[in-house]
Structures are given as structure tokens and as C-alpha cells.
Write a protein that binds this ligand. Sequence first.
Ligand code: NAD
Length: 262
Amino acid sequence: ATYSFEGKTILITGGAGDIGKATAQRFAANGAGVVLLDLNETKMAEMVQELEEYNVPLGAFQCDVTLADSVANAFSGAMAQVGQIDYIFNNAGYQGVFAKTDEYPADDFQKVIDINVIGVFHVLKAAAQHLRDSGGGAIVNMASHAGVDGPPNMLAYAASKFAVIGMTQTAAKDLAAYGIRVNSLSPSLIGPGVMWTRQTELQAAVGSQYFDLDPKVVEQQMINSVPMRRLGSLEEVANGVSFLMSDEASYITGFNLDITGG
Ligand code: NAD
């Protein structure tokens, strides 16, 4: 599906990652200005170069979403550069290590919560303030199907993504009066990409009853668990973001859209 985002601007956190990139390309191709926020400056700079062919306003700001000041500075920088921002894709995230609950490392649990919960909160709050003051807009928070049905060996990630869906429901209620819609997206097996490769290798390495010890076999096991028997593409995730941001979704808020192939 394509929607016209002519004259609009989207801010994407985790903008240097796989899903951030696919979404940036989709919105730029449909006329939107794109501002990327990410820890990784080098990858963002490469992406900005790639996006130049679309002739839309572009910006990139180095930002650590776990720090309120860093998010606030990036938002002010973005506003100074592109003026109005209409859509915020709150997408930066970290998958965590893979370990059984009795072995899950506390420091990694903290790290996952810092990025996926506290980070999402800082960006959600900054987005809410900006959109409140500028007359409304739409926010999409990146959850995961792990936030609907906790997968094995992903304790912190599941906790963090359940939290994202909860924050989405509350924020949708709190911000409805300002004309701000807030929805979440829950993909499951998406690839190719960093997260897909990482999860097949790390699930294999755990050695649990759920997956084989060979990552190639794990890939097949995972794909066989999907009714549609294939991975979702990055573009199919961008489709979801695009729909939820668009005016076609004008009466949809507080909703979690599963993108799981069944
Ligand atoms: P990715 O690793 O390619 O991208 C994540 C990006 O977030 C990276 O560019 C990274 O630098 C950035 N990031 C991490 N910590 C940050 C911080 N503190 N501040 C700013 N940026 C930070 O992964 P992706 O597949 O593009 O994932 C994007 C989002 O989608 C994540 O929230 C992830 O949990 C979610 N998700 C992915 C999948 C999948 O299979 N790919 C499935 C469900 C949900």
C-alpha cells in the first residue's frame, strides 16, 4: 500500500537499523521528509546519502534514547532543521541476550529495559509534547509479537515489549484530546536482517527444548511455526507503519498491529 505523505515529516528512532531504513525509504518515496535518530552516526550518514535521491528534507541526529537530555536535544535539532514533525516512529530497540529464565543475566535485563522501555518512554514523551504543541499527529511505537506472547529464552525482551504495548494503550488515551494517535506494531519473524540472524544463532546456542543446536535448522523450525511459512519482509513492516501513520487510520488509536504471517 502507498499513501501520500507529501509535505509531512517523519522522525524515526533506531533510524540506522534495518526496519528504520526500510521505513525511511518508504516515507521518502511517498514524499515525506525524514529525520533519523540513532546511536550509530556512521550508518545514519550513509543512509542520508542514499535517501538524497528522493529530494525530500532530510536530517540525522546522533541520540541515545536512554537519556532524556539526548532525546530532547535531538528533537530540538530536528525541529530547527525541518520545522514541523508530523509522525514519530519510536523504533530503536535491543533484542537482549538469549538465556533461560534461571540464567538470565541481570545486567542485560537492565540494558533491555533501559533501551526498550525507558528509551521508548523518553521518545514518546518528547513526541507527545511536540505534537501537542503543534496541533496533533501520529506516533507508532515498535513493540514485537514477543510483547503479545512471550517467546522462550527472551525474558527481558518479552517484558520490554509487553511494556511498549501497555504504554501505547495509556498514551493513546492520554493524548487523544490533542489529536494525537498512538499505535504499536508487533512483527514476529522478519528478515533478512540483523535481528533474524542473531536470533537463530543465539536460540541455537541456548540449547533449549524448543530449538535445535544448528542455527540453519532453527531457521527452518521458526519458519515452520508461521502459518504462512515464510519470514515477513522489512517492507511488510514499513507497510504497517505507513498504514498506521496515514489518514486511512484516522479512527485507529491504542491498537497493536500484529505482523506475523498468521
Ligand atoms: P536493528 O538492530 O537493525 O536496529 C535497531 C537500531 O536501534 C540500531 O540502528 C541501533 O543502533 C539503534 N539503537 C539501539 N540502542 C539505541 C539507543 N540507546 N539509542 C538510539 N538508538 C539505539 O534492528 P531492527 O530489526 O531494525 O529493529 C527495530 C525495532 O523493531 C526494534 O525495536 C526491534 O525490537 C523491533 N522488532 C524487530 C523485529 C525483527 O525481526 N527485525 C521483530 C519485532 C520487533
